[in-house]
Structure formats: structure tokens, C-alpha cells
Design a protein around this ligand. Structure first.
Ligand SMILES: [Zn+2]
Length: 325
């Protein structure tokens, strides 16, 4: 009986162990996650060629309702798919119609959060595993959060910061907003919003801080333009300066670019698999594999042990042993 208990403890340890490396191991370098919101056409005209030239990955948070409207400054479906299929961008959901999520019925919430995922995936966009809150609304609303958790593995906020960005390592959120030691929350991952007043020096400073702290930095761009940048717009020439600087740091081995989905996996050990509790609750796929293998070994040894007892003429029931344990 003692060895059986010992084996059970070993089995539990094997299941739990994969949780710790993800939380405890520091990152080996800084990571840059370049994201774009809303499906604006400057992503294709200016950002995509620059990013491709420097080997920097990008993720678009797209809302379905922006496509095929003929709105000035927005991508059509063909343009959005070109970002993915020609330039290698990944896509995530930014809702169906970009509403304020705090003022919706439950049916509307389902449409904006859950249905948008299915619709974007049906239209060929991948991986659609994370969500970005439109107008940065709903992240502090329990009903909205429940809905987001049911459909996505992570979600991104968006805020404007000064010279110190919000960044993440595996155990902490680093940054200026008073929560230096809070564990990262994968449904409240801050993106640092870039506006027309964010200087190139500020952004290269962000990259330096990400590399120095070995942290994940998420940037949020909206529209990219060639001149006359308004509030949520950024000059293509300035973007190129920032991305060129990121490439230099990557060549020095201190910074690497990631898709948003890769950053989520790096920080939290959850991937773009559909949300099933087994995958999300356990720390990683490897945890599931180890648990299954250990379970089979455990069952095999139990059967073998009972057979030996029978051969010796002992009472074969395990329950007898349990009764005296
Ligand atoms: Zn938006």
C-alpha cells in the first residue's frame, strides 16, 4: 500500500511540475509585439512592406463590420486577406461592429464577442484566438469578461503611456500605472497606444526597456499615413525608423518580434487552441501528455500487482487494502 501512495504522489507531482517552468523561468530577451487595430488601409500601404523588409511580425485586431463598407481609410476584405496571405500577418478579433461593450444586451454581446470569432475564422482569418476591447471598454465588466473568457484565450487593452511603457515578464506587469508586482492577467494585457505625438525616440526607448528588462512589449498602431498624421495616426517614415531600430536589436540578439498569439503562449503557456477547459486549465499541452502517460503506467502497475497477489493466493481486492490503510 505504501508504494501505491508513493506512486500516486509521484503522479500528482508529474502533473503539477509543468506549471512551474512557465511561471518561474525569466525570459531570455526582450520581445516586441506590433499590433494594429481596426483594419485601416495604411497597414497594407505603408506598414506591411516596412515590417516585411525588417522581418518584424504583425498582428491585426480586425472587426468584421469594417470590411466591404467602402469607408475611406479602411481595408476591404481582399486587402485584409493580402496582409495575411502575402505579408504573413496574423489576425485577432476586435468585435463585430466596434461598439462600447458596456451598453449591450446579452444577445448583442454574444454577437460582438463570440459570433465575431466564428465569422472572422469562416472568412479565412487566423488564428482569431484573442480579443481586443473596442474603445478599451468592457475589460472591467464581469458580464463582458465572462463572455470573452468563453471564446478567447486572452484579451488586449489599449492605453496611452508616457516614456515608461507597460511591459510583461512571466511573473509581473512592469510599468508606470502603479502595479509593478501584479501577476500578468491574460485577459487584461496592456497594449501601448501610439499616437501622432509619440516620438520615434519614445518608441526606441520602449524597445531599449523591453530588451533591458527581458520583457514583452505590445505596441498598438491604428492608421499609418505618409503625411499630416492626426491623433491616432502615425507617419510611415517614423514607423520605418522604429522598425529599423527593432531589426538592429534583433540582430544583436536582445529583441525578437512575436505575433500576439506567440506572446500569449510565451507568457501564459496557453496557445491558440480552441478554449477547452482541459487545455486552458492545465498549464500546457505537455502537462496533458505527461498526465495521460503516467495514468496508463499507473493502471498497468495496478493490474500487474493484483495478478501477482492472485498468484500468491492473496485476497485480490484492492478495497481490502484501502480499508486498513
Ligand atoms: Zn478599435
Amino acid at each position: 500500500m505504501k508504494w501505491a501512495l508513493l506512486f500516486l504522489l509521484m503522479l500528482l507531482a508529474m502533473i503539477m511540475l509543468p506549471a512551474y517552468p512557465v511561471e518561474a523561468q525569466p525570459l531570455s530577451k526582450g520581445y516586441l509585439v506590433v499590433t494594429f487595430d481596426d483594419g485601416r488601409d495604411g497597414a497594407l500601404a505603408y506598414a506591411a512592406p516596412t515590417l516585411q523588409q525588417d522581418g518584424v511580425k504583425a498582428t491585426m485586431f480586425l472587426y468584421e463590420g469594417s470590411l466591404d463598407q467602402g469607408w475611406q481609410g479602411f481595408l476591404n476584405r481582399q486587402g485584409a486577406l493580402k496582409l495575411q496571405n502575402t505579408f504573413g500577418w496574423q489576425f485577432e478579433s476586435h468585435s463585430m461592429t466596434h461598439p462600447d461593450l458596456n451598453h449591450l444586451s446579452s444577445g448583442q454581446l454574444t454577437s460582438e464577442i463570440a459570433t465575431s470569432k466564428g465569422t472572422l475564422k469562416r472568412d479565412g482569418f487566423q488564428p482569431i484566438a484573442s480579443f481586443a476591447y473596442p474603445y478599451d471598454t468592457g475589460w472591467d465588466n464581469a458580464t463582458v469578461l465572462d463572455s470573452v473568457r468563453q471564446s478567447y484565450v486572452a484579451a488586449r487593452k489599449a492605453s496611452v503611456f508616457g516614456n515608461v511603457p507597460i511591459m510583461y515578464d512571466r511573473s509581473r506587469q512592469l510599468g508606470p500605472s502603479g502595479c509593478y508586482s501584479c501577476p500578468p492577467d491574460r485577459y487584461q494585457i496592456y497594449g501601448n497606444v501610439v499616437t501622432n505625438t509619440t516620438s520615434v525616440q519614445t518608441l526606441t526607448g520602449y524597445l531599449d526597456q523591453a530588451a533591458a528588462n527581458r520583457a514583452v512589449l505590445v505596441l498598438v498602431f491604428h492608421q499609418i499615413v505618409s503625411s499630416g498624421a492626426e491623433e491616432y495616426q502615425y507617419l510611415g517614415s517614423d514607423l520605418k525608423s522604429v522598425i529599423d531600430y527593432a531589426r538592429e536589436k534583433a540582430q544583436n540578439g536582445v529583441l525578437e518580434s512575436l505575433y500576439f498569439s506567440e506572446a500569449v503562449e510565451l507568457l501564459f503557456g496557453v496557445s491558440s487552441f480552441p478554449t477547452s477547459c482541459v487545455l486552458v486549465c492545465l498549464p500546457s499541452v505537455s502537462g496533458v501528455v505527461v498526465a495521460v502517460v503516467a495514468g496508463i503506467a499507473w493502471a498497468f502497475l495496478l493490474v500487474r500487482w493484483n495478478v501477482k497477489r492472485k498468484d500468491r493466493g492473496a485476497t485480490p481486492q484492492l478495497s481490502d487494502d484501502l480499508a486498513v490503510a
